[in-house]
Design a protein around this ligand. Structure first.
Ligand SMILES: Cc1cc2nc3c(=O)[nH]c(=O)nc-3n(C[C@H](O)[C@H](O)[C@H](O)COP(=O)(O)OP(=O)(O)OC[C@H]3O[C@@H](n4cnc5c(N)ncnc54)[C@H](O)[C@@H]3O)c2cc1C
Length: 386
């Protein structure tokens, strides 16, 4: 079994964290993953366990209830969770990088004091509402509006595909909205909307192909009134701010995808030893060994890509291109490995209760969410001056 952590290249504190999360993933997450997937149910008990471990507070300072770790620590946790259950991993990823991080990065003291302790504890979740029916990759197409009426914003519009937006513990959704026009362009700002505000509705959850145990809803806003001070960051900086959030988020998604890719390798190695055909373990066939060898190479290469992007980010250096590369290659590695692992498993690989079948359904969205493959290529091209 491949074990990147055992190579000794990680400092002890990162290695210990990853091993702890790995154990949690094996003991607590894996046994209920197929059940929640089949029932399309949100795994509250698992999320509560992750909260107890402090995972939702990993990259935040202790003054806000965090663990005082960093973004790379979050990535390592996501990789371990992503190996066994992508739904659980995306719940953590979205909770931290889309839910709490925008408040930490752009919030004022009052907003941080009010929201971060709840979110970093994992007892409450926040969503990030950027995508709309007519604005996905082209997020500048936002049509949701926020108009000042006295001391309040009045928000009208809709969002779609918003993760963590309708659970029993969701308390907040941060939304982008058009707040005016500047220089002939839409002025887009970001506003905090507590989910108990009248006029805010999380519509029924989507029936998805995968990530069945994660929570995803369309949202509607009808004359939603929130105080003016719920503006997050500077007015008109909403677009720039969410681009920063998405750049970081891509490293986290890449880590999750590496977990999925590695999970497929680990399952395939085990099965190739166990399963016999024509009087021998299928792994003795070079065709199978080569397939799994290529899967391992993809996971490893994608891991080095996200490690690199995370290292640049933590060093305060530009990391946009590296984050896009990491997201691109890791999501493709997950999808390719899921397809190959399903092949290694034969007919069993097509049965929903097998982890590789879940990876097969779950991995596709990795090439779409937080910027599609094409968007990553656009970003890389731009960074190359094209
Ligand atoms: C399960 C799930 C969870 C999600 N969670 C969230 C969330 O929490 N918050 C949130 O805001 N959003 C979320 N999303 C939305 C997700 O980020 C978008 O679906 C994604 O950005 C793509 O946007 P779109 O679906 O509108 O596709 P479109 O932008 O319409 O793209 C359609 C196709 O056209 C391609 N395309 C578009 N423009 C170009 C171009 N210029 N050149 C080449 N190709 C192009 C795209 O790559 C894609 O293949 C989630 C989506 C899903 C499915």
């Amino acid at each position: 079994m491949t074990d990147f952590l055992s190579t000794g290249t990680l400092p002890d504190e990162y290695r210990d964290l990853a091993l702890t999360v790995r154990e949690f993933a094996r003991q607590v997450v894996a046994p209920v993953a197929a059940k929640h997937d089949a029932e399309h149910s949100f795994p509250y008990e698992v999320v509560s366990g992750m909260a107890d471990m402090g995972l939702f507070g990993l990259p935040f300072p202790e003054e806000y209830g965090g663990m005082g770790g960093d973004y790379f620590a979050l990535c390592l946790a996501l990789e371990e969770l992503g190996k066994v259950d992508q739904s659980v991993a995306i719940t953590l990823e979205a909770g931290v990088s889309l839910g709490a991080m925008p408040i930490y990065r752009f919030g004022d003291d009052k907003q941080k004091q009010e929201w971060l302790p709840q979110l970093t504890s994992g007892r409450a979740l926040a969503g990030f509402g950027l995508t709309e029916p007519g604005a996905g990759s082209d997020a500048g197409g936002t049509r949701t509006t926020a108009v000042l009426d006295g001391d309040d914003w009045i928000i009208n519009g809709s969002k779609q595909f918003i993760t963590n937006s309708g659970t029993d513990i969701t308390r907040l959704v941060t939304v982008t909205a058009v707040t005016g026009e500047a220089g002939g362009k839409k002025e887009i700002s970001t506003i905090l909307v507590p989910t108990d505000t009248p006029g805010f509705v999380a519509e029924p959850a989507y029936n998805k192909v995968g990530w069945n145990a994660s929570d995803t809803h369309p949202l509607s806003f009808t004359d939603v009134r929130v105080p003016q001070e719920n503006l997050l960051g500077e007015r008109g900086r909403g677009y720039a701010n969410f681009l920063r959030i998405l750049d970081e988020g891509r490293i986290a998604i890449a880590a999750l995808a590496v977990g999925a890719a590695q999970g497929c390798v680990d399952e395939s190695v085990r099965y190739a030893h166990e399963r016999e055909a024509f009087g021998q373990a299928i792994g003795r066939n070079q065709a199978i060994a080569f397939k799994i060898g290529r899967m391992e190479a993809r996971a490893h290469a994608a891991r080095t890509a996200y490690y690199d992007a995370a290292a640049l980010m933590l060093a305060g250096k530009p990391f946009k291109k590296q984050a896009a590369i990491a997201k691109l290659v890791a999501s493709e590695a997950a999808m390719d490995n899921a397809r190959d692992a399903t092949q290694v498993f034969g007919g069993y690989g097509f049965m929903n209760e097998y982890a590789v079948a879940r990876h097969y359904r779950d991995s596709k969205i990795l090439e779409i969410g937080e910027g599609t493959t094409e968007v990553q290529l656009m970003l890389i091209g731009r960074e190359l001056g094209l």
